[in-house]
Design a binder for this molecule. Structure first.
Ligand SMILES: Cc1ncc(COP(=O)(O)O)c(C=O)c1O
Length: 399
């Protein structure tokens, strides 16, 4: 029987320990696994027998997380990685070869952009960064050697929404695959595989874990592809293996995903509505606002509107700096999806690897401030922002 999503969050991947009966998956803190005899070891290496070999190739704590995230994303299989970037690099190194072409969103997490834009040319891989909301332009950009379309939706940090079903169709008509970074949403909000995507990646550092105490990544997709990601990507190329203890924490965090994410989103909508009314704010990007240009598409493919908000202050960079320097409950820190609300400045922090021209092309202005709405009381978060706005007024009038 297929259980509901909430039940899957709690139970999938959790198996009572067969030796002691411990209900919570124990931490298998080991680098290697003993074989009963030489033939068993040889069979495992040949892939003829299931079983663990060496933690870079797999560990029971990995398996538990993989079973849970594969079920939640509705994919056949999953792989865990040491970070979101480890997951992304493992997917790209597995799927691409020299001479291939990638179509990618113009606005992406800074290191993903940097990997494709600054590093891939060294290996003969070309990437066209473009506005994926223009589907006719995406169709026109596809080439015979295009292997992959890559997007985040909403994008980090501009909140552009990619039409996942339409992009999957374009990818498949051109013998390519669609890879979606679902970090901002989690499967509570959006399930890209059901919309046609081939591979989903996450920075599990964020909402999946939800407690800000590990760096981790996951990859979900077809069994055959995930098998290749494990052998070619994780084992041979990136070696981005998650530590067993971190996998244990990730599994624990994911048990409450269905409770945490809706609460993050409810508070975010209240904060976004508050920000939109403030005279100091020039623009708010949040998919749940009526003013958001792609609200209809967001509502079509997302159950909630997420908990990341981008704003631009009328006073530009100086006002933005004064604002983030004067919040107290909102911690000035990169990352997102933690219980604590965070605030940061993408141009000088998460997207600092981009040149001025690249920032402009990606639609990231110098004054853009990104907020990750946590799990505190909305009233306290709003009161803290009110105080920060007062400090902005003082700082700007002093100039
Ligand atoms: C959307 C997105 N993808 C990928 C990453 C990279 O993940 P990690 O920091 O876990 O390597 C981040 C990190 O902020 C992100 O925001």
């Amino acid at each position: 029987m297929a259980y509901h999503f909430d039940t899957q969050c709690v139970h999938c991947g959790n198996h009572a320990d067969p030796v002691t009966g411990a209900l919570t998956t124990p931490i298998y803190q080991t680098s290697t696994f003993a074989f009963k005899n030489a033939d068993e070891g040889a069979r495992r290496f040949r892939g003829e027998e299931e079983g663990y070999i060496y933690t870079r190739l797999g560990n029971p704590n990995h398996t538990a997380v993989e079973e849970k995230i594969a079920a939640l994303e509705g994919g056949e299989a999953a792989a865990v990685a040491a970070s979101g970037m480890g997951a992304i690099a493992s997917v790209l190194w597995t799927a691409l070869s020299g001479g291939d072409h990638v179509v990618a969103a113009k606005s992406l997490y800074g290191c993903t952009f940097s990997l494709m834009s600054h590093q891939f040319p060294r290996f003969g891989i070309e990437t066209t960064f473009m506005d994926l909301t223009d589907l006719a332009a995406v169709k026109a950009a596809m080439k015979p050697n295009t292997r992959l379309i890559y997007c985040e939706s909403p994008a980090n940090p501009t909140m552009d929404i990619a039409d996942i079903a339409a992009l999957a169709k374009i990818a498949h008509e051109n013998n390519a695959i669609l890879v979606v970074d679902n970090t901002y949403c989690t499967p509570v909000i959006q399930r890209p595989i059901a919309l046609g995507a081939d591979v989903v990646v996450h920075s599990a550092t964020k909402y999946l874990n939800g407690h800000g105490d590990i760096i981790a990544g996951v990859i979900v997709g077809a069994k055959e592809f995930i098998g290749r990601v494990k052998m070619e990507g994780l084992k041979d190329l990136t070696g981005a293996t998650l530590a067993p203890f971190d996998a244990y924490l990730l599994l624990r965090g994911m048990k409450t995903l269905h409770i945490r994410v809706p609460r993050h989103c409810e508070t975010a909508l209240r904060v976004a509505r508050f920000l939109e009314k403030r005279p100091e704010v020039a623009k708010v990007w949040y998919p749940g606002l009526d003013s958001f240009p792609q609200k209809e598409l967001a509502a079509k493919q997302m159950k909630y509107f997420g908990a990341i908000i981008a704003i631009e202050l009328k006073g530009g960079l100086d006002a933005g700096k004064a604002f983030i320097n004067n919040t107290h409950l909102w911690t000035l820190a990169v990352s997102l999806g933690d219980a604590e609300s965070l605030i940061q400045h993408p141009a000088s922090m998460t997207h600092s690897a981009l040149s001025d021209e690249e920032l402009k092309a990606a639609g990231i202005s110098k004054g853009l401030v990104r907020l990750s709405v946590g799990l505190e009381a909305p009233e306290d978060l709003i009161a803290d922002l009110e105080k920060a706005f007062e400090a902005v007024a003082v700082a700007c009038s002093a100039r």
